[in-house]
Design a protein around this ligand. Structure first.
Ligand code: SF4
Ligand code: SF4
Ligand code: FES
Length: 305
């Protein structure tokens, strides 16, 4: 059956006139291939010119049209319009109006890691010879459009975990960390950005509209760099991680936190732990995968790397 109309329930809030947020529902005639952004244009042009939303390029380049559709982060210019949609602004950021949020906090986090190339010596010769093999890690990361969809999807960022700068920041940091021209020791910045708090849940990977592989392409590579460099403190984190995988086949964040934090760290993160627990994101007991024997076999075959 062809879809004739789209019903969009949209978050509305204008702090200059509204005491609190509410939702308005609009019906929009459906066109084949219609995107969420087309629905917003239709509403703005025909039903309610006061609706506020952000966009610029309309072709997955600027990253400005990120929002939530039925609870999932998407780019409005790319996501196909669904028959019934709830449209909401990106979570965890202050709402300026309707679907428009203030992204300054995320932008500041990126600025704090110095996201620009910093050379310690000029190139030996100009033009400088660059080899594709030296940029294999960096090239996909350069595709990041800073849309913050991964920030919106990340459960650790959603909990406002202290010291965790979020996946977009870690991607921007990895772009410089793995750039052979960069002369800075970026590992202290990576620790400062809290790469160790990522729980490898893949939510950021699934949310990224340009499929850059946030976890394997950036965060896991930062972890690997720490292990190879034998930086103290973070080796323990990796050891505990590996032990949990081999023992249970699952990483329970509460156990990970307990075994890698000092007493002071545990106490300061207690509120967050309780929030995790109340949302059902962690349990006190250890669950174990049914096929744990297969995980152990893989660990043995790979030398538990
Ligand atoms: S894999 Fe890590 S960074 Fe990505 S969403 Fe999960 S916790 Fe966040
Ligand atoms: S990594 Fe992907 S989801 Fe995250 S900001 Fe960059 S483009 Fe957006
Ligand atoms: S409008 Fe630019 S990415 Fe959607």
């Amino acid at each position: 059956m062809t879809m004739e109309k789209v019903t969009a329930k949209i978050f509305r809030y204008d702090p200059t006139i509204d005491a609190e947020a509410h939702y308005d529902t609009f019906e929009v005639p459906h066109d084949p291939g219609m995107r969420v952004l087309d629905v917003l244009f239709y509403i703005h042009e025909n039903l309610d010119p006061s609706l506020a939303f952000r966009y610029c390029c309309r072709r997955r380049r600027c990253g400005s049209c990120g929002l939530m559709v039925n609870g999932k982060p998407v780019l409005a210019c790319m996501a196909e319009a669904k028959e019934k949609m709830v449209l909401e602004p990106s979570p965890n950021l202050p709402v300026i109006r309707d679907l428009v949020v203030e992204t300054a906090e995320y932008e500041e986090r990126i600025q704090e890691i110095g996201p620009f190339l910093q050379r310690d010596k000029p190139p030996a010769k100009e033009p400088e010879k660059l080899f594709p093999r030296d940029f294999a890690t960096v090239r996909p990361l350069n595709q990041c459009i800073e849309c913050f969809s991964c920030m919106n999807a990340c459960p650790v960022n959603g909990l406002k975990w202290p010291g965790f700068a979020g996946p977009t920041t870690l991607v921007q940091l990895a772009r410089r960390l793995f750039d052979p021209r960069d002369g800075l020791d970026r590992l202290p910045d990576a620790a400062q950005a809290g790469f160790q708090h990522c729980v490898s849940c893949y939510s950021c990977v699934n949310a990224c509209p340009v499929e850059i592989g946030v976890l394997e392409g950036a965060i896991e590579k930062i972890r690997e760099k720490f292990v190879v460099s034998k930086k103290t403190g973070y080796a323990k984190y990796n050891e505990v991680w590996k032990d949990l995988v081999v023992t249970n086949g699952l990483v329970n964040p509460s156990i990970l936190m307990r075994r890698t934090s000092s007493l002071g760290g545990l106490l300061s993160n207690m509120g967050i732990g309780l929030r995790f627990f109340s949302k059902g994101k962690i349990s006190l007991g250890s669950k174990r995968l049914n096929k744990i024997s297969e995980v152990r076999l893989i660990a043995k075959e790979t030398g538990e790397k």
